[in-house]
Design a protein around this ligand. Structure first.
Ligand SMILES: NC(=O)c1ccc[n+]([C@@H]2O[C@H](COP(=O)([O-])OP(=O)(O)OC[C@H]3O[C@@H](n4cnc5c(N)ncnc54)[C@H](OP(=O)(O)O)[C@@H]3O)[C@@H](O)[C@H]2O)c1
Length: 286
């Protein structure tokens, strides 16, 4: 990770549970929170990856707990929140991060089986409900804290695929507003990161960006690159910390400006008709 700007002990009083933190952005956030002093509860289905993450965090000098759980199973989520409170005496933060991202290209809608739809919703949306339901109660009992929901630029834009994934991510943004409004009375802030393309899959996205044809859209929209996990982790650490104590109900895009460019880059111009020779495409965006 790039830890040049981390703030030691900024999260020193916090115990934060991250759903889906055995890999990817969840793991990057776990490491960042640990470096900023938080006790971190790592969760996910993979015992091997979870234990390896716990050891990584302990090496940073923090206490960490791994609880194996499938976020689509309410009883497992409830048990994980209970285990966190039992181990550390409280829970002050929750990051709703787990998602079945490998299946995000699920559309078009008319081709999705009811089974696939249900499976996606059970992980990507039901999981947020379960973790929030039990996490919010525990955080309220601790006297307050912060929740961070992970959405996607796919939740606020039309896409040719990702119909179910996008619907879940859009719903997560709405849920953020409901949670931020209601649970502020318990001194709980709820915010949301609206995440652009990040390199979490062994260079999967980077390979697409570098592909002359497939990468054209991404190169135009995201200014030539995908994000690195530490760039999500630093935004997450800020929103979970007291530095964001007056920020509640915010949808923060972490996308190198991709969201604001979507209409000019994809609406007014049919990108399929645009050749990107040298740097000429820059003038099309501006
Ligand atoms: N990467 C991107 O470009 C991007 C873009 C926009 C939004 N996002 C959002 O950012 C978040 C993280 O994405 P990512 O790219 O880091 O994904 P990832 O690399 O696939 O990691 C997903 C994490 O979730 C866990 N997970 C998956 N299914 C689960 C389940 N049923 N129960 C519990 N844990 C589960 C995985 O652990 P196990 O396998 O151990 O269960 C893993 O730790 C997601 O909410 C995603 O929608 C990512």
């Amino acid at each position: 990770m790039n830890d040049s700007q981390f703030c030691p002990n900024r999260l020193g009083n916090d115990v934060i549970l991250i759903t889906g933190s055995t890999a990817g952005l969840g793991a990057a956030m776990a490491e960042r929170f640990a470096r900023e002093g938080a006790k971190v509860v790592i969760t996910g289905r993979s015992e091997d990856r979870g234990k390896a993450m716990r050891e990584r965090l302990e090496a940073v000098g923090t206490e960490a707990l791994f609880v194996a759980m499938d976020v689509s199973q309410e009883s497992q989520v409830k048990a994980a929140v209970g285990a966190a409170v039992e181990r550390f005496g409280k829970l002050t933060g929750l990051v709703n991060n787990a998602a079945w991202i490998q299946n995000r290209n699920d559309g078009p809608l008319t081709e999705i089986s009811a089974e696939t739809w249900r499976k996606l919703v059970s992980v990507d949306l039901d999981g947020v409900f379960y973790a929030s339901k039990y996490g919010l109660k525990a955080i309220a009992q601790a006297g307050g804290g912060a929740v961070l929901n992970m959405s996607s630029t796919g939740g606020i834009r039309g896409q040719v695929s990702s119909h179910c994934y996008g619907a879940c991510k859009g719903a997560i943004q709405s849920l953020t507003l409901q949670m931020a409004t209601y649970y502020s009375r318990y001194r709980i802030r709820t915010n949301c990161l609206v995440v652009g393309p990040f390199d979490t899959g062994e260079g999967r996205l980077r390979a697409i960006v570098e592909d002359p044809v497939k990468g054209r859209k991404l190169r135009h929209q995201y200014m030539g690159r995908v994000g690195q996990p530490h760039e999500v982790a630093s935004s997450a650490a800020f929103l979970m910390s007291a530095d964001a104590s007056f920020i509640n109900g915010v949808m923060l895009p972490v996308d190198n400006g991709g969201t604001i460019r979507s209409h000019t880059a994809h609406g007014a111009i049919n990108m399929a008709d645009v050749d990107p020779p040298s740097n000429d495409w820059v003038s099309l965006i501006d």
